[in-house]
Design a protein around this ligand. Structure first.
Ligand SMILES: [Zn+2]
Length: 353
């Protein structure tokens, strides 16, 4: 999920800065970013201290390779450290959509059930298969949040007076809350795997094929609702309602896979049913809104990029900016990436925001 602008608040100054100070700030920020990124990562398997290896969020051979051209895909990236700037990069299949997640032993053992069979034969009615499918996406989010927390911890130590410490502290706290939420979901996954508790529900829908792979999670709660939640949560009253989202090509269609806590269904059914029980057009608008405004972890084929994105690439910047400021995230904009009118829609709607 996108960090919000107030969660990345570190360089806003009321007084104008001299060029020398600007350079000093930029160099210091870059140094903090590098240190936050390069910390050694351990395997996420409970109790394991081995070094994590680079692991693909989706299978390299099967899902990613099915849309790769010359063994490359287009990865989009939002630079949250640089005013939510949006870029698209051509990345080789060995590095794309991957991060340091588990050690070699646990990576191969844990995902054997979904990676040792051909994708066409994979049974998505099987609870454990769906759970394994969403796990690496959630750990990818946890790693990103840990990185941002480390970044703010480095920044907060600065004694030069260049940064507003109250804002830094608020951003650090926001990201620490987010990290704690995601850590809680990952613990529930392990409980399910060890004890067969089946705390979640997984829903699957076959949709029109887009050469795009997405794996992410969002909170059902809007930013407006989150303020209220944080107050209650400080007294241990409740947790957020996360929705784990995967979308990827599977033969001649694309598969939409959602996971959520069983106990949240009454609360979130209206939102979930829009994707799974309504006509496909509405689900397409829902998926488009997730791609544009709520999920940063996705990659696409070069063909898809050339056909659908290149001519409107600037509007993805506007989308990221809109997302960082929108406080009612369940409100959908009428945009449909699956439609031949997408270019006209995005220019018309985001051009006016
Ligand atoms: Zn391990």
């Amino acid at each position: 999920m996108h960090p919000r602008s107030e969660e990345m608040n570190f360089n806003e100054r009321t007084a104008p800065l001299s060029e020398r100070k600007k350079k000093k700030i930029a160099a210091f920020l870059e140094d903090c970013r590098k240190k936050a990124k390069t910390s050694i990562r351990e395997c996420n398997y409970p109790g394991c201290n081995e070094k994590a290896i680079n692991s693909h969020i989706f299978q390299k051979n099967g899902i990613l390779s099915s849309i790769a051209k010359d063994r490359h895909l287009i990865a989009h990236d939002i630079d949250f450290y640089n005013n939510h700037a949006y870029t698209f990069k051509r990345v080789g299949i060995n590095r794309v959509f991957s991060f340091d997640c588990f050690c070699a032993k646990h990576d191969s053992e844990l995902f054997k059930a979904i990676e040792s069979v051909a994708l066409d034969d994979l049974n998505f009615d099987c609870y454990e298969n769906c759970l394994l499918f969403v796990m690496r996406g959630v750990y990818n989010e946890l790693n990103s949040k840990s990185e941002v927390v480390r970044f703010f911890k480095f920044l907060i130590k600065d004694e030069s007076g260049l940064f507003d410490k109250t804002k830094l502290m608020a951003s650090l706290m926001g990201n620490m809350y987010g990290k704690k939420d995601v850590t809680g979901y990952s613990k529930a996954f392990w409980d399910d795997l060890s004890n067969g508790t089946e705390k979640f529900v997984f829903r699957v829908r076959r949709m029109k094929r887009l050469e795009l792979c997405l794996s992410s999670s969002i909170n059902y709660e809007t930013t407006d609702e989150l303020v209220d939640y944080r107050m209650k949560n400080s007294k241990g009253m409740e947790r957020l309602a996360p929705v784990f989202i995967n979308y990827f090509p599977l033969k001649d269609c694309s598969l939409l896979l959602f996971g959520y806590y069983k106990s949240d269904y009454d609360k979130i059914s209206g939102y979930i049913d829009m994707f799974f029980s309504c006509d496909e057009g509405l689900a397409e608008v829902g998926v488009t809104n997730l791609i544009l405004f709520r999920c940063e972890a996705w990659v696409c084929s070069e063909d898809f990029y050339l056909k659908k994105i290149k001519s409107v690439e600037n509007y993805f910047d506007l989308a990221a900016n809109y997302a960082s400021k929108n406080t009612n995230e369940r409100h959908l904009l009428p945009l449909n990436l699956f439609s031949s009118d997408f270019e006209k829609q995005i220019k018309g709607i985001l051009g006016k925001i």
